[in-house]
Structure formats: C-alpha cells, structure tokens
Design a protein around this ligand. Sequence first.
Ligand code: HEC
Ligand code: HEC
Length: 424
Amino acid sequence: MRLVGSLGGVALVTTLSACGGSEPTVPSASMNMGGRIAGGGMASGATSGGLGGGGMALGGGGSHAAGDGAGAGAGGADPDCIAPPSTLPCAPLGVMPVSLKATGLFPALPDWTQHAPGLQEYAPDPALWSDGMEKQRFLLLPKGTKIDTTNRKQWVFPEGTLFVKTFFDETGPQATLRPIETRLIRAAAGSAYEFFVYQWSQDSTDATLVVNDLNGDINANVSLMVSLEAVNGGTPFSHTLPSRNECGQCHEKNAVVAQTIIGFDELRLNTKLRVDAPRTQLREFADAGLFTQPPPADPATITDASNDGGRLLRIKRFVFGNCVSCHNGDSQFDLRPDVFVTHTVGKPTEAQSVMPPEGWLRVVPGDASKSVLYVQMQRTMLPPEVNGRRLRAMPPIGLNDVAAEQSALEDVREWITSLPGDRQ
Ligand code: HEC
Ligand code: HEC
C-alpha cells in the first residue's frame, strides 16, 4: 500500500537529546507522507523502486499520542529523562528487554505510529528491496554524542548508537500495514556491534525478542507468512526473520565503507525524507548537530554517463542498494557503480562452487537468458540438469523467491538486450 496522509506538521528532527524533549512521543514522518515508508528514491525519483500508484489513506492523523505512562516516567539520575531510566532512550547500553514496549522506543504501543522523541527517522536511498516490504528506520544517538564524520567513507558511531528498522506486512484489500519484525543494531564497547530482532504479536500490541546477540544462539531464525498486496497481489508467502549469523553475512563484511552499518552514509542520505522536505537528510541531520563535520558541498552520488534515459543509472542504483554489501571486491567480485559495467559485460563468472553452462557469462551482450547476473536476479537458480549443481539466486539471503523487483529486472533485461552482441 502507499501511505497517503496529510503532509506537514511533523518535524523531521525533533531533538538531539535522546531523553529530553517535551513530547512523550512523536508521530513518525513516514506516517504522514505520500510514498512508501521505505523511501527509496521518493524524493530523487532516480531509483527503480517505484511500484506504481494505487493507494489509500492510513488516516495519517499526526496527532501526538497521549502516552500511557511509559513515556512520562519516573525520572531517575537524568532530570531531562522523560522515559523510565531503564529504557533505551535513557540507557542506550542497557539490557535489551524481552518486550519491545519495554525498550521505550515505541512508548505509545499499541499505537506503533508514534515513537520516542530522541529517534531520528531516515530512509536510505537506494534502499534494500526485501521482497518489496515496507520498512521504517530510526537512529538513536546517545545524549550529547555526535557521529564522527571526519572520514567521509567511514563514519564512526558513538558507543550506544542504536539503529532500529521495522518491516511491515500489508494485509487484505485495504493493504493495512502491520509491523512484523523490528531489527536493531547497537554500537557496543570497542568497535563491536550487537544484533537483535523483535517479532511482533499478531495484534501488533508488542513484540518479543527472538534474536539476541548476547545469548550465543547464532543460527536461530523464525519464518512466518506475510502478504504484500502491492507486490504480488497479496498471495501469502513465507518471510524469514534472519538469524544472527545471517545478519553478519550482509552487515559484517561490508567493505563498501568497511563498516557494519550499511544504510546510513553520505551517499544514501543525500535525498529528502519527504518530498516536501526543504533539505536532504544529510543537511537536516547536520543542522540538527548530529555530525562532527559539516557535510561536503558536493556529497557522494551515483552517476552514469550513458545516454539511455537513465536506465543504466537505475540499474547501478538498484545494484548498489541490493548487491554491493557483499559484492565490493572484498569477498565477492566488485559491483560498485564505477566498475559495474566493466566487471559484468562479457566477463566469465568466478563462482567457486558452481560453474554456469558453456557460453554463459555474467552479462552476455544481447542475450539476457544466458546472463548469469540476470538469471540470478530473477530469483531462479541455474537448472541443475546443466551441470548437476546450481548457481544460487542473488542475493542469496534476505529475500523469498516470489517477489523479485520487477522494474529492476526489466531494466536489466532491456539493458543487456540493447548491448551489441559482438561486444565480447
Ligand atoms: C540480505 C542482507 C541483509 C541481511 C541478512 C540483514 N540485513 Fe540489515 N540491512 C541490510 C541493508 C542492505 C541495509 C541498509 C539498507 C536499508 O536499510 O534498506 C540494512 C539495514 C539494517 C539496519 C539499519 C542500519 C543499517 O545498517 O543501515 C538495521 C538495524 C539492520 N539492518 C538490522 C539487521 C539485523 C539485526 C539483521 C539480522 C537479524 C539483518 N539486518 C540482516 C542488509 C541485510
Ligand atoms: C549476502 C551476500 C550477497 C549479496 C547481497 C549478493 N550476492 Fe551475489 N554472490 C554472493 C556469493 C557468496 C556468491 C558466490 C556463489 C557461489 O560461489 O556459489 C555470489 C555470486 C554471484 C554471481 C556469480 C559469480 C560470478 O563471479 O559472476 C553473480 C553474477 C552475482 N553474485 C550477482 C549478484 C547480484 C546482481 C546481486 C544483487 C542483486 C548479488 N549478487 C547480491 C553473495 C551475495
């Protein structure tokens, strides 16, 4: 579904303080804007993420929740702290409670559209496709801290920084949004990071900690059925809440910027959170004092010089959002924008486990059906009868096989078809 609600009235950046602020909760900006929660180019229009119209109002009222006591809590050592002192906005390095409600991040639950005032909402662009699920993301910086942005390619997050990302299902003809899982990454002592997942109850009143980095059970995951009206007409399919081990497969060897946090950087924040926002998220956050350095006048961006109506640029952006967390020349071959074409067109695969059939390349100019990159992106594996084993669908995790991103696939197919066949 598309969230179409009243615009305006909601400050993107409410307060730098994680614990201060005069409001017990803040309605999330994405609940009040046109466009998908996930963002993904809603302002730049440059991604392949657009899924067409359709839409309904969520009743994006935007009024502040009265709170139910959780937000108005007991004081404690910090007189500014309006949440109970044990909650994350006040004690970001504290114990991760079993109940999401007890974290204090969404103090107005069951009203999940409200969040604690210290949370900064953002939307990376390009984003990760994830079967087209709606997502909503927040940053929580410990009070009085800043992100060290001295190294433009490797921001350093202070200890206690928390990233919060919620996935939604869209059920029924009204495509009603329902939170499914909330993933957390916390910067711990040293440069360690901790990973957590909360699974929401069916009635969306609270969520339970199911992946706890600190309990050592790294392969436990949970599968459940979701439905996404806008993506595949609402046919239910299985969605997996990743294990701790799987978090690491995408987050820990992320050599693009050599850091665990993937989606919060100069390039991905160089777009507006809402169409009507006056500034990019980069500038908003800089103005709110979140960074040690002012953002560069000319922030990092993905470019493409080909005269093809923006198709190759859209492809590079999709690949940046979905592939380069692994394919960055470290453990997997490099698919970053500047080398995307030279590393794919006419190039044989280097897959260690399985070799594709004779005549197949990463990209066979003029022939998408023999281009490994396209076939894998379709979420189909190379047929086993060819060589007895299979090349894996790409990306290998984080998706089901039902909801590939159709406009990105179409772009890739058209691009490959347009390449002159004698080019190899
Ligand atoms: C398939 C790869 C993949 C897996 C598996 C994965 N993530 Fe992520 N995650 C991403 C990407 C890419 C982003 C940034 C883009 C976005 O948010 O759309 C991201 C963003 C996040 C964020 C926001 C902060 C950031 O790094 O941008 C959190 C929090 C998060 N993931 C938590 C988790 C947790 C916890 C797990 C495991 C339970 C996990 N993720 C598993 C790819 C993955
Ligand atoms: C979670 C990490 C991860 C992500 C994300 C990912 N890949 Fe891969 N990719 C791999 C691994 C691991 C292999 C090697 C598979 C093997 O050897 O069987 C691979 C292999 C490949 C290959 C074949 C190997 C070669 O040398 O040509 C292609 C093509 C490919 N990936 C394209 C993509 C594309 C396109 C995306 C994004 C749509 C993507 N991958 C996303 C991990 C990833």
